[in-house]
Write a protein that binds this ligand. Structure first.
Ligand SMILES: C[S@@+](CC[C@H](N)C(=O)[O-])C[C@H]1O[C@@H](n2cnc3c(N)ncnc32)[C@H](O)[C@@H]1O
Length: 366
């Protein structure tokens, strides 16, 4: 009578499900076998004779009883084997990934070489799954034949999540201290100098620059003198910019918006909400690649939030210094909550509020 280790069947089944979600590690046959062997060496064997009539039921029962243990050991096995596969295939995979990125650069001029690989691979995996591509080279073929897929890929690579008044504490500080300080400074000036200029870098669909525009509109209407506003909103993603320019948002986008702002600054049109023209007029949208293009010069504030997280450290340092160069005297720099000043930049910015990531440009002594 033959006995079979049912645990092996269960592990194989789980492994297939888990690897379907992993494009960041090698999933070749040899690595699969290594993962299975590693996991089985840490799991109790469950032998059942193959002529046992109830094999399916027994298997199901073991699967239910042992599932959390199997999953735990499989995750450990994938991590261990995925880190150091015992063959050269990992390199082939990296090669294919590099080729894919080079092709994207050659075809579309988009250079993601200084983005974090881990983030990119996770994002690309989403599109690969959607197109049933099992390898980078297979996905490359899909891309070559579909310009539509390129658009979708950019959408996930540039990760455009945003919202109005994202991170309320930062906006409170802007409303109560930073923007009033800018207004007070401008009031001292005359004529065309009486203008607040802000650069929203990585503006996504415009939620961030419009939040600023709304706030400035309410602050400025209380003033007796006229102060102009120009918010230059830039992004690498054309689709996002077009949406921002249109200024029309669906119900989900405005669901957390303060009802006062929604009533006052948005016009309902069917199921959507259109930003009012007098606030829209404060904002100009422009395509700009932060890495290669010249920045927006002579601004009073740069707000660049939740963009750096995708860039490697040296690119982050380079960009912070670039922003420093674009800011006028005493200009403010606002970063995202999980981002921070790095390297040389720590010497050239004063901290206004470290937890809110708000800084002020320091004038360097000659
Ligand atoms: C997560 S969104 C941040 C939106 C907004 N700043 C916020 O915090 O809600 C990141 C934006 O950075 C843009 N981005 C990514 N790489 C860029 C680059 N090299 N140049 C300009 N924009 C870039 C993306 O297209 C995306 O719209």
């Amino acid at each position: 009578m033959q006995a079979r280790n049912i645990m092996e069947d269960i592990v194989k089944k789980y492994l297939d499900e888990m690897l379907a979600l992993r494009f960041d590690i090698c999933t070749c046959e040899l690595c699969r076998q290594d993962v299975i062997a590693y996991a089985l060496s840490r799991l109790p064997a469950k032998y059942v004779t193959t002529d046992s009539g109830a094999i399916q039921t027994i298997m199901q029962q073991i699967r239910v009883d042992q599932s959390s243990l199997v999953l735990k050991e499989l995750v450990a096995a994938i991590t261990v084997i995925g880190k150091e596969p015992r063959h050269e295939e990992g390199q082939d995979r990296n090669q294919a990934y590099k080729l894919l990125m080079q092709q994207i650069k050659a075809d579309r001029g988009a250079d993601f070489s200084q983005y974090r690989d881990k983030v990119l691979k996770r994002r690309i995996a989403l599109r690969m799954r959607a197109r049933n591509a099992n390898s980078y080279s297979e996905y490359l073929q899909v891309l070559i034949h579909s310009s539509e897929e390129y658009e979708k890929l950019f959408e996930v690579l540039t990760i455009n999540v945003s919202s109005f008044f994202r991170d309320a504490a930062v906006w409170d500080k802007l409303r109560t201290e930073i923007l009033p300080e800018l207004i007070a400074r401008k009031k001292q000036l005359k004529g065309s100098m009486r203008k607040i200029r802000i650069w929203s870098a990585g503006c996504s669909h415009g939620e961030e620059p419009y939040s600023l525009a709304i706030m400035l509109y309410e602050l400025l209407e209380k003033e007796e003198v006229e102060i102009n506003v120009e918010i230059v909103a830039t992004d690498i993603d054309k689709v996002c910019l077009a949406k921002g320019k249109a200024g029309r948002y669906d119900q989900i986008s405005v669901k957390d918006l303060n009802p006062h702002y929604l009533r006052r600054f948005f016009i309902p049109i069917k199921d959507e909400f259109q930003i009012v023209p007098h606030v829209q007029a404060f904002v100009t949208f422009k395509e700009l690649n932060l890495i290669h293009d010249q920045g927006v010069m002579g601004v009073d504030m740069v707000i660049c939030r939740n963009v750096f997280i995708y860039f490697n450290r040296s690119l982050q340092e380079y960009l912070i210094m670039k922003f420093h160069g674009t800011l006028g005297q005493d200009g403010f720099f606002v970063m995202g909550n999980s981002e921070s000043l790095l390297g040389e930049a720590r010497q050239v910015f004063d901290v206004v509020d470290s937890s809110l990531r708000i800084y002020k440009k320091l004038i360097l002594a000659d």
